[in-house]
Design a protein around this ligand. Structure first.
Ligand SMILES: [Zn+2]
Ligand SMILES: [Zn+2]
Length: 399
């Protein structure tokens, strides 16, 4: 046991040394990393959510250009292809990306923060820096929000400076939020069998936790990784990577493991897998780990929130335990029940429809859980979110 711990520590030191090396290296993801990110449907999500996040670099000169002209087919290929397959052409950026305003217009009226009512909010853009986020949350009527503390699909790591932390806290004092969480980078795959990618992922995840700590966030929402080879080994690698990072970054920021839709080799689509990851963590870090349930992912993964709302939560309570539920992602779905796809839709406009969200908004067991939209934003970044939050608020009886 002791020698085992020593070996673990040696491995950690080696990995964290690599973190520094990784910083010096080119920050562009390698082909394999880009592939891994695509396999997790990450870039698409980033583009859809209107973040400054940049889709994978377009194929370099000499790469087959024809593929780039067929983004849908390329995206499908990325999801269906075997892990060993060469990276297909990058998906075409969504049009909303190019018109994402970098900053809130200076003449926009100063928002009045919402400080009562249901604990609802949305993922907001951190364009211009993290101190810009509290006002954006206030602007849409959010009481809680989620942000990226760095670009979600680039390895480039960064540290939160004392000035940034102070500015963020000042902004938050001006526009208070009941809960703020970060979402980790989509490139991170703690479950990868590729040692280099996993080392890089651990280092990057350490950075996520450090930034959350520096900003005083509630925690970091993180998707379990892709196992690539076999599921059990992937779960073990995922849990051990989390343990390593949380042991390294001591503090108050939590990790919220997000339930996934289960596309490809994604782990975490079942409550059992989430529970298995948590169960493997050492007791010393287990208390800092919670769960984020995403309604779109759960429905796609086969949890029928529409026809068996109470049954799904009974299952959650049995397998994971309600006390672990720290965050809810409220997303409707563009795809049918059990599709194993991750395509967010406006609340009420998708295959889930109004009913499960009405239930969630009036469920006293969920009253204290921050509920965060990750639905498509539209061009101005505020209209759709304002509308959705108003709808949820009305359903909660606050409207
Ligand atoms: Zn989510
Ligand atoms: Zn999703």
């Amino acid at each position: 046991m002791t020698s085992n711990r020593k070996a673990q520590k040696a491995a950690r030191v080696r990995r964290l040394a690599k973190k520094k090396m990784a910083k010096k290296r080119a920050t562009k993801p390698t082909k394999a990393e880009k592939y891994a990110a695509k396999n997790r449907e990450a870039l698409e999500k980033a583009a859809r959510s209107g973040k400054p996040a940049k889709p994978a670099a377009p194929a370099k000169a000499g790469a087959p250009a024809a593929k780039a002209a067929a983004p849908k087919a390329a995206t499908r290929a990325a999801k269906g292809a075997a892990p060993q397959a060469p990276a297909p052409a990058a998906p075409k950026p969504r049009s909303s990306r190019s018109i994402t305003p970098a900053k809130r217009p200076d003449d926009a009226p100063r928002p009045v923060p919402v400080t009562t009512g249901p604990l609802i909010g949305a993922h907001v853009s951190a364009a211009g820096g993290t101190p810009e986020t509290p006002i954006r949350a206030a602007d849409i009527g959010a009481r809680c929000f989620q942000l990226f503390t760095k670009q979600g699909n680039r390895w480039a790591d960064r540290e939160v400076t004392a000035d940034e932390a102070a500015a963020f806290r000042a902004a938050l004092a001006e526009f208070p939020s009941a809960a703020v969480v970060a979402h980790d980078s989509y490139l991170i795959n703690l479950a990868s069998p590729d040692e280099e990618l996993r080392d890089r992922s651990i280092a990057s995840f350490v950075g996520e936790m450090e930034r959350a700590e520096a900003l005083g966030l509630l925690g970091v929402v993180s998707h379990p990784g892709n196992y690539m080879d076999d599921r059990a080994s992937g779960l073990a690698r995922n849990a051990d990577g989390i343990a390593e990072a949380l042991e390294y970054v001591q503090g108050n920021a939590k990790l919220f493991l997000e339930t996934t839709a289960g596309s490809g080799t994604a782990l975490g689509a079942t409550f059992e897998e989430i529970a298995a990851i948590i169960a493997r963590l050492p007791a010393s870090v287990q208390g800092r780990v919670g769960v984020c349930l995403d309604t779109c992912h759960a429905y796609s993964a086969g949890y029928d929130l529409v026809n068996d709302y109470d049954g799904v939560w009974a299952r959650f309570d049995d397998v994971i335990g309600r006390e672990r539920l720290g965050v809810l992602h409220l997303n409707d779905s563009k795809t049918p029940f059990g599709s194993r796809k991750d395509r967010h839709e406006q609340i009420g406009d998708g295959t889930l429809g109004d009913a499960p969200f009405r239930r969630i908004m009036t469920d006293p067991r969920l009253a204290l859980v921050p509920k965060i939209l990750e639905t498509p934003k539209g061009d101005d970044l505020v209209t759709f979110d304002r509308r959705a939050l108003a709808k949820l608020r009305a359903w909660a009886g606050e409207g």
